[in-house]
Design a protein around this ligand. Structure first.
Ligand SMILES: C[S@@+](CC[C@H](N)C(=O)[O-])C[C@H]1O[C@@H](n2cnc3c(N)ncnc32)[C@H](O)[C@@H]1O
Length: 273
C-alpha cells in the first residue's frame, strides 16, 4: 500500500476536489485493514468530480478486484444543487497518472438514481468501500445510501461526504430519512473531518479499533458520542469564536498543515515522557 500512502500524503494535492488529510488517512487505515484481513470486494464511488477520493479507493485494490465510479459528467442539468462537476477525461487521465489500470475501472455516466444494485454487483461484486459523494439533495442522498448498503461486503465501509456540514443540510436530512426507513443493520461507526462512516452492525468494534489505534488519527480525535445506537469516535471539532489563541493555532495547523501538526505533537509528547 506504498502507492496509496504516498498518494494520501502528497499526490492527492495535485488533483482538484475535496478530500481532507484526516479522511484520506481514515480511507488508508480501513483499506489496509481490509487487505490484511483478506476482506474481498470491489470499491465504488458516486460523485467522482476529478477522481480525488476515487483514486485512493483504486490504489487500495488488490488482485483482480475492481472499481465502479458513477458521475453524470457533462449531463450537469441532473446536478440539481451544483455540487462539483465531474469531467470523465480528467478522471481517466488522473487515474492513469497514478498508475491505475483502466481495465479494472467501470465508469457509469448515469445519474445515481438510475443505477441498480445488480449493475454494481455484476461489474465488481460486493463492495468493501463505497464513497457516497454525488448529489447533495435529500432524496438522492437517501437513494445513494440505499444503493451502497445493498452491495456492502462483510466488514465493508460506506463514507458519506458532507454529513452535518452547515452548507449542505440536506445531506444530513437524507441520511436520517434513509436510516429511519432502513432495518438499521448498517450503522454509523465514526465521524471524520467531513464524512460519516458506516458499516454493518457486527463490524463496528473491529473498524473503530483500527481508527482509534492509528498513530496519525489519535492527534485528531475529539470525543466519543452516542449516535444511532453506538458510541462513535469523532475526529473533528466545530470551530468556535470562544477558543483561546493557542487552540485556534492548533486547529489551524490540524487542517492546513496536518503533517507538521502530527510531528510537532509527537515530539512534544516524547519530550514530556
Ligand atoms: C462534490 S463532487 C465529488 C467530489 C469527489 N468525490 C472528490 O473526491 O473530489 C460531486 C460530484 O457528483 C456528481 N453528481 C451530482 N449529482 C449526481 C447524480 N445525481 N448522480 C451521479 N453523480 C452526480 C457531480 O458531477 C460531481 O462530480
Amino acid at each position: 500500500m506504498k502507492e496509496l500512502y504516498s498518494y494520501i500524503r502528497n499526490g492527492k494535492d495535485n488533483i482538484e476536489g475535496w478530500f481532507s488529510r484526516v479522511d484520506s488517512q481514515i480511507f488508508y487505515e480501513l483499506l489496509c485493514y481490509q487487505n490484511l484481513n483478506h476482506i474481498d470486494g470491489g470499491v465504488a464511488e458516486i460523485g467522482m468530480h476529478h477522481g480525488k477520493s476515487f483514486i485512493a479507493l483504486c490504489l487500495g485494490l488488490t488482485g483482480g478486484q475492481k472499481a465502479y465510479g458513477v458521475d453524470i459528467f457533462e449531463n450537469q442539468k441532473k446536478n440539481l444543487d451544483r455540487s462539483g462537476s465531474g469531467v470523465r477525461d480528467i478522471v481517466e487521465n488522473n487515474l492513469k497518472t497514478y498508475g491505475i489500470d483502466l481495465a479494472k475501472v467501470v465508469i457509469d455516466p448515469r445519474g445515481s438514481d438510475e443505477v441498480k444494485t445488480e449493475d454494481i454487483y455484476q461489474a465488481v461484486g460486493d463492495v468493501r468501500f463505497f464513497s457516497v459523494d454525488g448529489g447533495h439533495w435529500r432524496d438522492i442522498v437517501s437513494n445513494d445510501l440505499s444503493l451502497a448498503a445493498s452491495v456492502l461486503a462483510k466488514d465493508g465501509v460506506i463514507a458519506l461526504d458532507d454529513f452535518l456540514r452547515p452548507e449542505w443540510p440536506d445531506v444530513s436530512a437524507g441520511f436520517f430519512e434513509w436510516f429511519e426507513k432502513s432495518d438499521e443493520s448498517v450503522v454509523p461507526f465514526a465521524i471524520g473531518h467531513n464524512k460519516l462512516y458506516l458499516c454493518h452492525k457486527q463490524s463496528v468494534g473491529r473498524l473503530q479499533k483500527i481508527l482509534i489505534d492509528s498513530r496519525f488519527l489519535k492527534h485528531f480525535f475529539n470525543k466519543y458520542y452516542m449516535f444511532c445506537g453506538n458510541n462513535i469516535p469523532i475526529f473533528q471539532s466545530y470551530h468556535l469564536p470562544e477558543w483561546s489563541m493557542r487552540r485556534r493555532i492548533y486547529e489551524y495547523l490540524k487542517i492546513h498543515h496536518p503533517e507538521f501538526y502530527v510531528r510537532f505533537r509527537s515530539l512534544k509528547s516524547r519530550l514530556r515522557n
